[in-house]
Write a protein that binds this ligand. Sequence first.
Ligand code: RIB
Ligand code: CA
Length: 310
Amino acid sequence: MPRKIIIDTDPGQDDAVAILLALASPELEVLSLTAVAGNVPLVLTERNARQIVELAGKTTPVYAGRSAPLQRKLVTAEHVHGKTGLDGIPLPAPRLPLQPQDAVDHLVDTLRSHPPGTITLCPLGPLTNIAAAFLAAPDIIPRVAEIVLMGGAYFEVGNITPAAEFNIYVDPEAAQIIFRSGVPLVVMPLDVTHKALTSRDWVEEMRALGTPVGQAVASWTDFFERYDTAKYGSAGAPLHDPCVIAYLLEPSLFTGRHINVEIETGSDLTLGMTVADWWRVTDREPNAMFIGGVDRNGFYRLLTERLGRL
Ligand code: RIB
Ligand code: CA
């Protein structure tokens, strides 16, 4: 029985690879994609999501959600992802229509209409849509089986500020709602995604697939690698969001600890920091499986095998 998931996303080249990995994997049933403002504005993230679904040759429904954080102005990341959010390769304008229903209403309706504990939420961007759904309909919170998200950082510290990772920083109030919701959480922070670095060999493997998907993934990687390699001096770039989907497919690739993680929402200096009690120095209740390690080669082997199916 495939695992039912909804991917909440702000594509973003790494979101795109995560979505393709999910759509290529029969163990998962992607009920829908819900787009959120993040890397680029919503008008682009929803369009990008539809382009990615079409690139995979699927018709997975795409919904548009919130265009701004719950309480703050939107912060975007064109400097990383380019002005379209999917720079690296031109894709045809999407023919797949955007669903008319608002993504937040779709999340509420879908969680209410499926048996409790049967849907996993996979947020790959700021947590605004999911927090908005929880605020609008608290009855859906206990119905969520699990949330597996990309966000946060502890040992790796921040990427958008010295203290905060982008997805959490954009909407820290939304993140606080999710981390205090009581829903079982698996968190893929920069601590692990910065160990899932691309390589020239892998990019060439993607190009050698000789498919539109392989070409797109190679071109996206060529584009967004330039930012991280310049910033960190690393040989490759972190494929953040695919870690979420790879965890669903092969959790044994990852290691982590079930600990308490709180979100800073008050201080300007450390806004959006995920304060992870990795050393258990407080008596705060553990609320998240905080992932710190990955079998990098196993991760890329899985990616290559699955993307080769599209
Ligand atoms: O900090 C990395 C995260 O921010 C990734 O999800 C990337 O797509 C951006 O959303
Ligand atoms: Ca993302």
